[in-house]
Every structure is written in C-alpha cells, then in structure tokens.
Design a protein around this ligand. Structure first.
Ligand code: TMP
Length: 209
C-alpha cells in the first residue's frame, strides 16, 4: 500500500474567482476515483457543501449583506457544519477530501478584500476549532484570465461584480498567506489548458501517489 492510499489527505483548492479551481478539483477527484474507487474521495466546496446549506450559499453570494462581519460569521457557520457533518467524518473513513475554498478564502476575501483586521478574523476562525488542510493548491492566474472566466459564468456573484481592485487585493492576500506557510501551500500556474494545469498539480502531489 502506498503512503497515499494509507493516509487520508485533506486538500483545499484556493484562488481568486475564475482561477479554475472547480475544474481542477474535479479532475483530481476523477483521477483518484478511477485509481482507488469513488468511496475513497470526496469533492466538496464552500460555501454550501452540506445538505441544507444552499440557502446560506445563496445569501452569501446574493450581495444583499451590508455588514462585513455578517459575511464572516455566515462563512464560518457554514464551515463549522461542513467540517462537522462532512469533512471530518469522511477523513475518518480513510477517504481523501478535496474542498474548494476554506479558511484561506475567509482570510484573503474578508481581510484583504473587505479590509477586516487579520488578527480578529484569525481569532474567529480559531474559535471554530476545525481541522486545517494538509495541502492547499493555490491556482495563480492573471487578472484578465480570471475576469474573463468568471464573467463567462451564468450568474456573476457579488465578488465578480466587485471587479478588479477587489480581486487584486484578494490575490495579494493569498500571496501573503502562502509566504507564511510554504509547506502547506502548493502554488500552481493556472494559465494553461485544464489538462496542462492538472499535470502540474499531479506532479506536485506525486510524492503522495
Ligand atoms: P465560488 O464558489 O464560485 O468560489 O464562489 C464563492 C465566493 O465566496 C467567492 O467569491 C469567494 C467567496 N468566499 C469568501 O469571500 N469567503 C469565504 O470564506 C469563502 C468560503 C468564499
């Protein structure tokens, strides 16, 4: 049994809107399902990764919230339930969990994007006490690529509507977070075709396969 099969990994996918994380999480999920069986991998996302959470996702993406701390509390409430109901029990079964967005999104978007205090948001996150990811794939794309991809979606969400300056700040936030935890973050150039980007991700995780 390889190391990858023996341990379950919690891998998160991060990056600005339009970075391609859903495509890449999907490709990795497909690969792992083929390789080890579909029961050995869970592909999920935030916000809205647990049954009954679609109303929270809708509220968070609708753009109707005015107070920036409302967002933080709702994203964290969503994560507490997601971690407790889905992520942690799945990891205990020995399956790998691939999750689009997690604590790093709250830091990059609510601290750098919205301008909330880093220490305060980190304290709120640590109050929740959920498990940290083992590895985080940070997909880096140019602002032009990100906005082009994001605007091609059926429904632009509130962040996509905020446009370039907001996403520039979020990107800066991700760079800071990555520089602080180089062992956890894997930075991937997300500019090429999905297949080429997936190969980069695959190569970077090879030691676990
Ligand atoms: P997505 O599912 O298409 O990535 O959209 C989710 C949006 O929510 C995206 O713009 C990032 C944002 N977000 C935050 O601002 N904070 C968070 O903690 C999370 C999980 C997402």
């Amino acid at each position: 049994m390889t190391e990858w099969q023996a341990i379950s990994l919690f891998i998160t996918f991060e990056g600005i809107d339009g970075c391609g994380k859903s495509t890449q999480a999907g490709l990795l999920s497909e690969y792992l399902s083929r390789q080890y069986g579909s029961e050995k991998v869970l592909w999920t996302r935030e916000p809205g990764g647990w049954p009954g959470s679609s109303c929270l996702r809708e509220m968070l993406l609708s753009g109707e919230l005015d107070h920036p701390w409302t967002e933080v509390f709702l994203f964290l409430a969503d994560r507490c339930e997601h971690a407790k109901k889905i992520i942690e029990p799945t990891l205990l079964t020995g399956a790998h969990v691939l999750c689009e967005r997690y604590d790093d999104s709250t830091l990059a978007y609510q601290v750098w994007g919205r301008g909330l205090d880093l220490g305060k948001v980190e304290s709120a996150i640590s109050l929740c006490g959920h498990r940290s990811p083992d590895k985080t794939i940070l997909l880096e794309v140019s602002m032009e690529t990100a906005l082009k991809r994001a605007s091609a979606r059926s429904r632009p969400d509130r962040y996509e509507k905020e446009g370039k300056p907001f996403l520039e700040r979020v990107r800066e936030g991700y760079r800071f977070l990555q520089s602080r935890e180089k062992d956890r973050f894997i930075v991937i150039d997300g500019e090429s075709s999905p297949e080429v980007v997936f190969k980069r991700i695959f190569d970077s995780l090879e030691e676990f396969f």
